[in-house]
Every structure is written in C-alpha cells, then in structure tokens.
Design a protein. Structure first.
Length: 276
C-alpha cells in the first residue's frame, strides 16, 4: 500500500513538472519507475503510455473547442504516427531493456535541449494547386480576437517525420513532443498554437495504437498503470492551473537539469547492463 501511495505522489510530481514545461509526464515516469521502483523497462513503458492517453484526452477536448487544434491536419498526420507507433511497439518487444534505455536517454537529452530554445511561429499563405490545398491542410486560428489564416508546407517531409515520432512514442512510451515540433513547426511551418495543440490531440491516439500491443503482450499491469495514470492526470491538472503564475523559463532550466541528469544516469546503467 505504501509503495502505491509513493508511486501515486511521484506520478503526480511527474505530471506537474511535465505540464509546467510542456513536455508531458512521460519523460519523468520512465526514470521514476525504472530507477526509483525497479520496474522492468517494458512494463514502465506500458504504464507511461496509459498516462499519455489520459493526459492527452483531457486537454485535447478544450483545445478543439477553442478552435486551436486542426482536426483535419491531425487526422492526416495520425496515419503516420499510428503506423510509426505500431512499428515502435513491435520493435520494443524485440529489444532488450538496456537498448531501450539508451534510446530513451538519447531522445530525452535531445528533448530537454530543444525545449530550452524558443519555438518558431509561422503564418504561411495557401498556395493554389499545392498538395496542401488538395488535402485541405489549412485553416484559421484565433489570435487576440482575430482569426488568422494559415496553411501547411512540406507535407511529405512532415509526414515522414511523423512516422519516426510515432515509432519513438511506441518504443519509449512518451509523447515525442520534441519530434512532432520538428515535423509541424520546422518542416510543415504551422503556427505555434496550431502545432502544439494539434500535437497534443494526436499524442493520445498514437499512444492507444501502441498500448494495445503492450496490453496483448501482458506488459501493462493495473497495479502500476492505475496509480501512474491517476497521479499524472492530477499533477497535469494542477500544473495547468499554476502555469500562468510560474516562471516558465526557470522551470524549463530546472527540468532540463533534472531530466538530463536522469537520462545520463539511465544511459550509464544501460551500458553496464543494469536494466531488466
């Protein structure tokens, strides 16, 4: 019982930190379960995927209602991320825990470094006759009471990058937000509010695809996944309410140091075969 309570509070802290920095609780859940509780890597990834589904579902509804998420772009790119998630989940079953831990550490180091820098904000005009027009990958987004028109760019490179982002999500049990930023912000040149909210909407659906495979393999345990889900959802809710009163830049630096240190420690353990 005590272990469950500690896990619950630990997951809440992970959800709080993830919400305040925009990276999601999954990046803390994996180190928390593997390093703190000795949970086998594959079971930790399965529990993290369940928490990703919960946190994404809660916030995605409000973003869609407010008109920030682009459902058409999200569903189009979800084809890529779902395909990638299935591939990643299947590959995870073939890799040992130490290999997954090394990949996780590398992706996390990239995530925390990229999160320290400002994200680009684009507003591209629709090009007549383009693939974006044919697929209707454009829309409007509210900005200080004014509706701004925008259109996607570089759809094919962005689609391919989303396959990779989905694979990392299925393999590591995280939202792969930093990789989706590359696809939607840097490659497809979508407005920042559109890319972040649409990505949040997609993350839950992507996690469902890979979670089903983990469930089929028996790698999602209720006694681990349930307190993690509850804790992360509660922590994310608290984080969303306190975000406006927090010094986000300072939090990002602290979070980067924390997650970076855990990632390096995980890599050290993985190299010397410390995971099971």
């Amino acid at each position: 019982m005590l272990d469950i309570l500690i896990l619950l509070f630990g997951a809440a802290a992970a959800g709080l930190l993830g919400s305040l920095t925009g990276l999601g609780g999954g990046v803390v859940i994996i180190p928390l379960l593997t390093l703190g509780f000795g949970v086998p890597m594959h079971y930790a990834v399965g529990a993290s995927l369940i928490s990703v589904i919960g946190t994404s579902s809660g916030s995605a509804i409000s973003y869609v209602k407010e008109g920030f998420s682009n459902m058409r772009i999200g569903m189009f790119l979800e084809i890529a991320t779902t395909l990638g998630a299935i591939i990643g989940a299947i590959v995870a079953g073939m890799l040992n825990a130490n290999a997954i831990a090394i990949v996780f550490s590398l992706v996390m180091l990239f995530t925390v470094i990229s999160n320290l820098f400002g994200k680009p904000d684009h507003q591209e005009a629709l090009i007549p006759g383009s693939i974006e027009q044919k697929l209707k990958l454009y829309g409007t987004v509210p900005d200080n009471g004014v509706m701004r028109e925008y259109s996607a760019r570089n759809t094919v490179p962005g689609f391919l990058m989303m396959i990779f982002a989905g694979a990392m999500s299925g393999l590591l049990g995280i939202g792969s937000g930093s990789l989706k930023v590359i696809a939607m912000d840097n490659l497809m040149r979508l407005p920042f509010k559109v890319s972040t909210t649409t990505s949040n909407f997609m993350i839950g659906l992507t996690a469902v695809a890979s979670a089903l495979i983990y469930f089929q393999r028996g790698e999602i345990l209720a006694e681990i996944a349930a307190p993690v889900l509850i804790g992360v959802v509660v922590g994310s809710f608290i984080g969303s309410k306190t975000l406006m009163r927090s010094k986000t830049k300072t939090l990002k630096i602290i979070f980067a140091v924390l997650v970076g240190s855990m990632s390096l420690y995980m890599m050290y353990n993985a190299i010397f075969g410390g995971f099971k």
